[in-house]
Design a binder for this molecule. Structure first.
Ligand SMILES: [Zn+2]
Length: 391
């Protein structure tokens, strides 16, 4: 049993004290009768619709589970938070709402205790409109998770439009000429970022003109500036796309000096010359070289490379990190760059036709290496899976 400071009191009293303390904190010691609180029914309904996971974008923390207090006890660290405050003076209080509306499910959002506190301290960053959008997006992800049998985080589609905008959302239409996206919540950038990107499209480097979908595991070069349309309570983006970037068979990806798996160093073959690998045998090494190259590191191709450390700094520990990493691998597979040495233009992983999944197998890199499990469609091979730490 973990000590929590209440010595010698019964479990029941402890629970009551903790509950009252939490209630008092959450309510800021305001008298109860001025507040339009949620009923137990509303709380349970909003929690269930959120799958008992925090609805805050990028959190998704599970808020309920077993308690140590007994075999039939459970713990809840979630709260039905008010989007517009329950009483005057609270954040985002809207005096035009009726008490029923304030205490109704439309005004409730299921959050972990950290995020309930966060939104209650800042109504500039978290507007009612944004919170409604997060709630909608989270409920949509839960509905997708139910349908697909995947966890809510993995079922959420991520989309990238150029290098500075990543949002949740889905592809609503695809044909040879264009992709239509329904935009959800922004993880990187915002709506203004999209508008700036569209306005400045003509000045964008060719390597920054792309759209990526991690649901599809594929991406396209944009052939012209996308068009943004307001649709209902959201936005839709039509992206004119270039034909799929050419790929080669795995047998034809070229060759390189072989690296010894243990030392990661060059070595001599039996004839005494530098050992080389080519084709399919070269693929794991080619992947490792591509995925471990950080953007900006290559003196020959400044825009070449992964954005791993950027994402790692901002999103480590969140369920979005794996999805962002996958999205960046999709970019390596689908979006061509110009090789500064060979002067050829091709995608860095130019035999990978689809990125099915990328799973990160450790919490943090060891010796600057992060073990990952890759699940790709490879031209000339078919489905191909590989663990980068097994080399
Ligand atoms: Zn949370």
């Amino acid at each position: 049993m973990i000590s929590n400071g209440y010595v010698g009191v019964s479990a029941r009293l402890k629970r009551k004290l903790a509950h009252d303390k939490q209630k008092a904190e959450f309510r800021g010691f305001q008298p109860m009768n001025d507040r339009d609180d949620f009923s137990g029914k509303v709380r349970r309904a909003v929690a269930a619709r959120a799958g008992w996971h925090c609805s805050f974008a990028g959190c998704g923390k599970l808020t309920t589970g077993p308690s140590e207090e007994g075999p039939d006890k459970s713990t809840n660290i979630g709260e039905a938070a008010h989007i517009c405050a329950a009483s005057g003076g609270g954040r985002r209080y809207d005096e035009s709402m009726t008490p029923d509306e304030r205490g109704g499910i439309d005004n409730a959002m299921w959050l972990c205790s950290d995020h309930a506190k966060l939104i209650d301290r800042d109504e500039v960053t978290y507007t009612a409109q944004q919170l409604h959008a997060m709630k909608r997006e989270h409920e949509a992800a839960c509905a997708r998770a139910l349908r697909t049998g995947k966890s809510a985080g993995l079922a959420a589609g991520l989309l990238a439009v150029g290098p500075d905008v990543v949002c949740t959302g889905e592809l609503t239409q695809i044909d040879a000429m264009g992709w239509t996206l329904r935009l959800g919540h922004f993880l990187i950038g915002d709506l203004h970022g999209i508008i700036a990107y569209l306005d400045g499209f003509g000045q964008q480097d060719s390597e920054n003109r792309y759209v990526l979908s991690n649901e599809l595991g594929d991406g396209r070069v944009l052939s012209a500036a996308p068009t943004l349309t307001k649709q209902g309570d959201g936005y839709s983006l039509y992206c004119p796309v270039a034909p799929v970037a050419p790929r080669v068979d795995a047998q034809d990806i070229g060759s390189g000096f072989a690296l010894q798996p243990e030392t990661n160093d060059l070595y001599l073959d039996k004839k005494g010359s530098m050992a080389r690998v080519s084709g399919v045998d070269y693929l794991p090494q080619r992947l490792r070289e591509t995925l471990s190259m950080q953007r900006g590191e290559s003196p020959f191709s400044p825009t070449f490379g992964m954005r791993f450390f950027e994402y790692f700094e901002a999103f480590r520990g969140s369920p979005w990190f794996d999805l962002l990493f996958k999205l960046d691998v999709v970019r390596q597979a689908a979006i061509p760059y110009r090789d500064g040495i060979t002067q050829q233009t091709h995608t860095p992983l130019h035999c990978v036709t689809r990125v099915r999944n990328v799973e990160i197998l450790a919490d943090a890199p060891t010796k600057n290496r992060l073990p990952v499990r890759l699940d790709f469609d490879v031209r000339g091979i078919g489905r191909w899976t590989h663990d980068t730490n097994s080399e």
